[in-house]
Design a protein around this ligand. Structure first.
Ligand code: FAD
Length: 498
């Protein structure tokens, strides 16, 4: 035992045995992980640790679908670290205490971690940094999730951006992000391993009922699955992305990389460079879907930027006047929306896709969210909370920014008077009905002409399709004109009374 600078007794290793802790959170990968890289540069031995602290996150701790993902991602990461020569330690409880004690127990004088944007994680980091410092140790944070240094991005007059386009233009004019780092080939672990929980004992997987069947068939959480999905997308779909990204029934429409990006099984930088390389091979970086795809990665970046500078964004409207909106309390309607029983086929298809896959196509996220906040006049915060629990890609920044965008309460929103008509949206983006027929099979025999508005179909058509309204499929819980007029009145009055 030796006394360190702060006089705290630690079990320090001898020369050649300097150990660094790597505190993993949303950077569950080996390649292009700046925190891991810095830990290896700093010390001879590296001990990776993941702490499950559901208390610290409060309402924004990972929800049910995210925990399912986390289980599988940690299992894959634990195996990968084991193969390289160290071991992933799992602990559950108060992260602040656990990290400080683990640093003491292993004699690590530095803890490396990825930089977080979530307000609760930033508070936690500040607490951990303070208690490590009191012990004579240090917390070092590294940019692991974004392409650029978000704190450095300002307009020419020095103000922060509240609107996407100038933000994205500024990003595009910046020097390229740093080249991705390779995965290490070997990592020396500690001489004596601290105790670790068993992942199975955390019970993160659903059992009664087991609702994860379709999720298992759809996803492969972990770095290997992420890389496979990235290359599958780039090899065959990047070129057509611009045209097909809005078609939810097109199985090749979008990359489905969002949960991998959220959990950091891939970095945005890796995706950025791989996409550019693939586009260059195709027909040049300006061609095909590359620019459009790059634009979506910048939306992701913009959401993180907004949350960093507006920590109340998940709870409060960015435009404070909208805090006075007269939202309806409609528990029955909310439940119908959550279960995909609103009587509006494209909305119900989206909500059922969300339930089955833990994921929903972006176009349909916009339609379902708009139906909730406009036609039903139920608060965006209630929709946000349901998405939070149900999405495998639930991301505090993107989820809250997107809900505010749809609701018209954000700084860069669609104007509140633009209300998506779900029938028109359905006809336009699911013209052949592939998407609705997949997720609302009770409507599959309806001809395309009536598929998006079964309540308007003549009796003879319904009969031929074997549908009895209110028995096989509900009538709309809110009339489309009635809901739209009510929303416009409520939003307009709120704006006028500022
Ligand atoms: P692709 O089209 O292949 O895009 C590639 C990547 O770009 C995505 O993986 C994602 O990281 C980013 N991206 C794409 N579209 C957007 C967007 N509109 N805003 C920000 N980033 C984008 N995305 C999440 O990752 N987590 C969420 O919790 C989330 N909640 C949302 C809630 C609502 C109400 C809405 C309208 C959108 C939400 N999104 C969220 C954004 C978007 O729907 C998803 O990122 C996208 O559908 C993921 O599918 P993909 O990976 O196939 O996207």
């Amino acid at each position: 035992m030796v006394a360190d600078k702060a006089g705290v007794k630690t079990k320090r290793h001898g020369t050649g045995d300097r150990l660094a802790l790597l505190w993993l959170r949303q950077d569950l990968r080996l390649a292009d992980n700046q925190a891991l890289h810095a830990a290896m540069a700093d010390a001879d031995r590296v001990l990776p640790v993941f702490v499950l602290d559901q208390e610290a996150g409060g309402p924004w701790a990972p929800g049910g679908a995210s925990l399912w993902w986390l289980h599988h991602s940690l299992a894959a990461l634990g195996e990968a670290y084991g193969k390289l020569g160290t071991r992933l330690i799992l602990r559950r409880g108060d992260a602040s205490t656990i990290i400080t004690e683990l640093a003491r127990e292993t004699g690590a004088d530095i803890v490396h971690c990825g930089m977080a944007h979530e307000p609760w994680l930033r508070r936690l980091d500040a607490g951990v940094a303070a208690s490590l410092q009191a012990d004579g140790r240090k917390l070092a944070t590294h940019r692991v999730a974004t392409l650029f240094d978000l704190d450095g991005i300002r307009s020419k007059t020095g103000t922060r951006y509240g609107v996407y386009t100038p933000f994205a233009n500024t990003c595009r004019a910046l020097p390229d992000p740093e080249q991705p780092l390779p995965a290490p080939k070997k990592i020396a672990g500690p001489v004596r391993l601290p105790n670790s929980d068993r992942l199975e004992d955390w019970c993160l997987l659903p059992t009664a009922p087991d609702w994860a069947g379709s999720m298992r068939d759809t996803w492969t959480p972990g770095e290997v699955g992420a890389s496979r999905r990235l290359h599958d997308f780039l090899d065959s779909r990047l070129d057509g992305y611009g045209a097909s990204r809005d078609i939810p029934g097109d199985p090749k429409g979008t990359s489905m990389l969002s949960p991998h990006l959220h959990w950091g099984e891939l970095s945005a930088t890796q995706v950025w460079y791989a996409a550019r390389e693939a586009a260059a091979k195709l027909n040049g970086v300006r061609a095909g879907g590359f620019e459009r795809f790059q634009g979506e990665l910048l939306w992701h970046e913009f959401a993180a930027y907004l949350l960093r500078h507006n920590p109340a964004m998940p709870e409060d409207p960015l435009r404070p006047a909208f805090a006075r909106l007269p939202w309806r309390d409609d528990a029955k309607g909310l439940q119908a929306w959550q279960r995909g029983r609103t009587g509006i086929p494209i909305v119900d298809a989206g909500m059922r896709q969300l339930w089955q896959l833990g994921w929903m196509h972006n176009r349909v996220r916009m339609i379902t969210a708009s139906y909730l906040v406009k036609h039903m006049l139920v608060s965006w915060q209630q929709g946000e909370a349901w998405f939070w629990d149900a999405l495998v890609d639930a991301d505090l920044a993107t989820n809250s920014a997107s809900w505010q965008w749809v609701a018209g309460t954000g700084t860069d929103s669609q104007p509140f008077f633009r209300v998506f008509n779900p029938v028109t949206q359905g006809r336009k983006f699911d013209a052949d009905g592939l998407y609705v027929r997949q997720y609302v099979p009770e409507l599959k025999s309806l001809p395309d002409r009536w598929l998006h508005e079964p309540w308007a179909a003549p009796d003879v058509v319904l009969k031929k399709a074997g549908i009895v309204l209110d028995h096989d499929y509900p009538r709309p819980i809110v009339g489309l004109d009635e809901g739209r007029d009510r929303a416009l009145k409520a939003f307009r009055e709120t704006v006028q009374h500022r």
